[in-house]
Design a protein around this ligand. Structure first.
Ligand code: NDP
Length: 482
């Protein structure tokens, strides 16, 4: 049934530009419903948007930080006021739970507020003077920032780029993901409307649009969140034009469980980091290491708890988590589950279908828990991005640390113990951007705490003060000798 709610167009200079082609967005939890249509942009649209952003930059960079902070503060209110209509729309286009979409907006809003709060202090010119010389250190906006975002948490991942870019005086061309473009585009249109024309522009489209953005000579920095393979392409395209990049990429986060915990006490909290967004979060817990003596107890306790989950539509009362976002991801995770079943690991399919009649009309998968003796199996080594979690035994803490580090990724990680000092000492040895102690979920994030990965999980940091903001400016110094 066609249930068309909205159409999002390309946005250049605060004008909606009609495209030649539009793609339908289907509800991943009710595939027969069309939620809206999104413009399919081209490289030509990217060029026009970048030109508009560049022209806007010539004036926007001259505004003082107070004016920009006023605008960002007004944007916080826009995000808040938009939750009523856009949160349910986001659920219907990306497949998450209502509370997950609210969290996405909530983190987005808090991020803008944070940059409005710290921006003025960061951008002010520093002076160093002694008997022999005078030095000024100015922080100058780079110009046009190209922002490319994925579908899993589109609002907060976009605001993590909008906040630092605007407060430092840059303008933007943003490419949302084609599989969750509606709510974020409407939100960006509302935010753009309170800013001078051309400060925020939006171009939709496939990877060709992303490539055009990363290769445009007037784009001075790319802020990218997405998969590691795509990040490598973005990095190499940007490097040929000497653009700065921030890359927030994939993860395969380990959780190390020490033998001094009671499984029943920690598992409910640990699970918040496993199945939220059906596992489709960059820093979801993706492998769990358990001391071999408590493996069976841990596995059985976890299965009992997971078995209570109900999988259903994000707007349905009683659903624990929703469908996967898109067909590609759905098929990938299904194939992974089959492969794991054939590998000799113990695989438990758990939970229940909230609406069995509607099950095949969505990208639904039940939660799976795996007991895997092979610490290098596919399900342990890859970023599964779905509701399946391997539990792997270790003999010694040293071995657990070795296993945790035995990966190309290094986004986040966690250590679970009743002894905080012991957990911190282990955390220091993990190769990752962050290690959380006795938590590993949205509540682990904190504004001001740099977020980002090492190894193939990325370059640069978001959500922080100086480590984030300095990637959006160029220093300009002047000195005279007395
Ligand atoms: P993708 O890497 O497939 O896509 C991300 C964005 O990049 C999309 O808008 C995509 O457009 C675009 N894109 C694709 N190819 C290119 C290219 N060559 N040049 C420029 N842009 C391009 O990621 P997903 O959308 O599938 O998101 C899931 C991934 O994102 C996971 O690996 C996850 O871990 C990671 N992620 C990382 C986070 C972090 O903070 N570290 C947070 C959230 C997610 P199109 O879809 O049209 O191809």
């Amino acid at each position: 049934m066609l249930n068309l709610e909205c159409q999002v167009d390309i946005l250049i200079n605060n004008q909606e530009v009609l495209a030649q082609n539009y793609a339908e967005i289907h509800d991943p939890g009710k595939l027969t419903d069309v939620v809206g249509r999104v413009a399919v942009g081209t490289a030509e649209d990217v060029d026009k948007a970048v030109q508009a952003a560049h022209n806007a930059f010539l004036d926007w960079r001259k505004t003082n930080s107070k004016e920009r902070i006023e605008k960002i503060t007004a944007a916080v209110k826009v995000v808040q006021d938009s939750m009523g209509d856009l949160v349910p729309l986001l659920v219907r286009e990306h497949g998450g739970m209502l509370w997950e979409a609210q969290t996405d907006f909530g983190i987005g809003m808090a991020t803008l507020e944070y940059y409005a709060g710290i921006g003025e202090n960061f951008v002010k010119t520093e002076f160093i003077e002694d008997d022999s010389s005078w030095v000024s250190i100015e922080k100058k906006a780079k110009g046009v920032i190209g922002a490319i975002v994925p579908w899993n948490m589109p609002v907060c991942l976009t605001m993590m780029k909008v906040g630092p870019a605007l407060v430092t005086g840059n303008t933007m061309v943003i490419k949302p993901s084609p599989t969750a473009p509606l709510a974020i585009s409407i939100l960006l249109k509302r935010i753009a409307a309170i800013l001078p024309d051309g400060v925020i522009n939006v171009v939709h489209g496939d990877a060709g649009v992303g490539v055009a953005l990363t290769r445009h000579p007037l784009v001075k920095k790319i802020a990218f969140t997405g998969g590691t393979e795509t990040g490598a392409q973005v990095n190499s395209n940007a490097a040929s034009f000497f653009k700065a990049v921030t890359l927030e990429l994939g993860g395969n986060d380990p959780a190390i469980i020490l033998d001094d915990v009671n499984p029943a006490d920690i598992i409910p909290k640990l699970l918040k980091g496993v199945y939220t967004r059906s596992g489709q979060i960059c820093f979801a817990v993706k492998r769990i290491y358990v001391q071999e003596k408590m493996l069976d107890k841990f596995f059985n306790t976890m299965c009992d708890i997971v078995n209570e989950y109900k999988v259903g539509h994000g707007l349905a009362e009683g659903a624990s988590f929703g469908p996967l976002n898109n067909n590609k991801q759905y098929n990938l995770v299904k194939a992974m589950i089959e492969n794991t079943k054939n590998s000799g690991a113990v695989v438990r399919e758990l939970g229940s279908k909230l609406n069995p009649e509607g099950w095949d009309n969505g990208y639904f998968l039940l939660p799976h828990v795996v007991k895997d003796e092979d610490h290098l199996s596919q399900i342990v080594s890859c970023e599964q991005f779905g509701p399946i979690i391997p539990i792997i035994p270790y003999k010694t803490v040293e071995q657990a640390i070795e296993y945790a580090n035995e990966t190309e990724y290094g986004l986040c990680s966690s250590v679970w113990s009743s002894d905080i000092q012991r957990a911190l000492a282990i955390g220091q040895q993990i190769e990752a951007g962050s290690t959380f102690i006795n938590n590993h979920s949205f509540e682990s994030l904190s504004l001001g705490m740099p977020f980002g990965g090492v190894k193939n999980s990325g370059m640069g940091r978001e959500l922080a003060g100086e480590p984030t903001l300095s990637a959006y400016i160029d220093y300009h110094t002047m000195r005279y000798l007395k």
